[in-house]
Design a binder for this molecule. Structure first.
Ligand code: UGA
Length: 461
């Protein structure tokens, strides 16, 4: 990283997943970053030595520790927005935008932060401050942030204080967030003026130039605020659409005697389609896709163009969870009193994040049927739902079970030897195996003694 680049004094508001990755990476890139966190326990943990990073993201604990130790002047924590705004040129808003009751994004925290920033501008008299939306927000939030801030300034007779609102959506996937930030495919920036664009270029310059992964320079797309906001929701919804599309095709494969793995491969070989996000299974989960698709649908209705396709994306996704129950029913008949072993709880491998995890929906549906649940996950070690017995290995979970449902495609499951799988099949009451991610080879599993069912996988392979 070239630290000779002129550094910018930046505040990052919200030390959650996005905020910590953003703040730590920008400090590592040479900027002077102050993180603002209003949860006192979280703040105390981050301030202790060594700091306690409260989220699981590969490399983040080490990076935060490194910065706190080696570059404390470039990376620090506070709870005061007022203090940091007085002392910085720009603030990234990285607070949560949780899902509201009817699918809309709850923007309460964004509004509160915008108000506090405006109050801090009044107190400090700072001009040309740049407020950057990093949290995922629906289109036109930037306008609402501007209106909110202007109202505060007006109330204090400071209407003339110029400031800029910028949208700079994040494209971080859990598990690869540091790499995604330091070596991005694209940087999207929605601005109101050329000075906003210049500020954003200055902030991202060291990252663009460092070429961390040896990739070609990422494109920095400078556009208007509304377009940038839409790029985020449209991108996540499009990826979710691909997953629901392939899952719907998988369901047709099952009825037609085709195999989704081959169909997806054949489709993906067309460069216009590409191979990514075409893995059929129990559907998408996580903190982003379900929430963002619902929020995008909600805002489309509000804007007078109900984007019904998105509703269908969510419905197909829900259907994939029910599909697992149907498969179990046809293999085991009644599920009441049957023991089902869940392999994998986290919403995807290499994380312990259970938010929006398909496993939670499947467990809930099974419990409604009166099934007993045992579970094993290589990373999730806390009880995740009522009456779920957590085991400490794949074998321990399978012992005496009437069926296994593989929900998360952990490498550990893919690497089980024939011998281990054979003893697992023998240890079960009945060796039904529902492979919710098409991770294991059907023929191999059947030869090892399982009654194997994949998702959209040909029965006689
Ligand atoms: C996602 C996006 O990939 C990021 O680009 C985005 O920045 C992020 O949301 C966000 O908005 O913050 P993430 O939720 O971490 O990242 O996880 P993904 O790796 O995208 O997986 C999402 C879900 O889709 C998982 O449940 C995964 O199992 C499922 N999936 C993915 C499939 O079912 N099939 C596939 O082919 C691919």
């Amino acid at each position: 990283m070239d630290l000779t680049e002129p550094s910018t004094r930046i505040s990052v508001i919200g030390a959650g997943h996005v905020g910590l990755v953003t703040g730590a990476c920008l400090a590592q890139a040479g900027h002077i970053v102050t993180m603002v966190e209003n949860d006192s326990a979280r703040l105390a943990g981050l301030r202790q030595s060594p700091p306690n990073v409260p989220i699981y993201e590969p490399g983040l604990q080490q990076l935060v520790e490194h910065l706190c130790l080696e570059a404390p002047e470039r990376f620090r924590f506070t709870d005061s927005i007022r203090e940091v705004v007085a002392d910085s040129e720009a603030a990234f808003i990285c607070v949560g935008t949780p899902q509201g009751e009817t699918g809309e994004a709850n923007l309460f925290y964004v509004e509160r932060v915008a108000t506090e920033i405006a109050e801090a501008l009044v107190a400090s008299g700072r001009e040309h401050f740049v407020v950057i939306e990093k949290s995922t927000v629906p289109v036109r939030t930037g306008e609402a942030v501007r209106r909110t801030m202007e109202r505060v300034l007006r109330r204090h007779g400071k209407d003339e204080l110029p400031f800029e609102v910028v949208s700079n959506p994040e494209f971080l996937a859990e598990g690869t967030a540091l790499r995604d930030f330091m070596s991005p495919d694209r940087i999207v920036v929605g601005v109101e003026s050329t000075s906003g664009a210049e500020m954003m270029r200055r902030i991202y310059e060291p990252i663009i130039k460092s070429n961390a992964d040896g990739k070609s320079e990422p494109e920095i797309l400078i556009t208007d605020v509304q377009s940038a906001e839409l790029i985020k929701h449209a991108s996540n919804s499009f990826l979710a659409l691909r997953i629901s599309f392939i899952n719907a095709v998988a369901n047709i494969c099952e009825r037609a005697g085709a195999d989704i793995r081959e169909v997806a491969r054949g489709m993906g070989l067309d460069p216009r389609i590409g191979p990514h996000f075409l893995k059929a299974g129990v559907g998408f989960g996580g903190y982003c896709f379900p929430k963002d698709v619902a929020a995008f649908y909600h805002i489309s209705k509000e804007l007078g163009y109900p984007f019904e396709l998105l509703k269908n994306v969510l419905e197909i996704n829900e259907g994939q969870r029910i599909l697992v129950i149907d498969k179990l029913r046809s293999a085991l008949w009644n599920l009441k009193g049957k023991t089902i072993a869940i392999w994998g709880l986290a919403f995807k491998p290499n994380t312990e994040d259970m938010r929006g995890a398909p496993a939670l929906d499947i467990i809930h549906l099974l419990q409604q049927e009166g099934a007993l649940i045992v579970a094993y996950d290589p990373a999730v070690t806390n009880v995740i739902a009522e009456a779920v017995e957590l085991k400490d290995s794949a074998l321990a979970a399978a012992e005496g079970a009437d069926a296994i449902v593989l929900v998360t495609e952990w490498k550990e499951f893919a690497e089980l030897s024939d011998e281990s799988l054979k003893s697992i099949a023998t240890a079960m009451a009945y060796p039904v195996f529902i492979d919710g991610r098409n991770l294991l080879e059907p023929e191999r599993m059947r030869n090892l003694g399982f009654e194997y069912h994949g998702i959209g996988v040909r029965r006689n392979t």
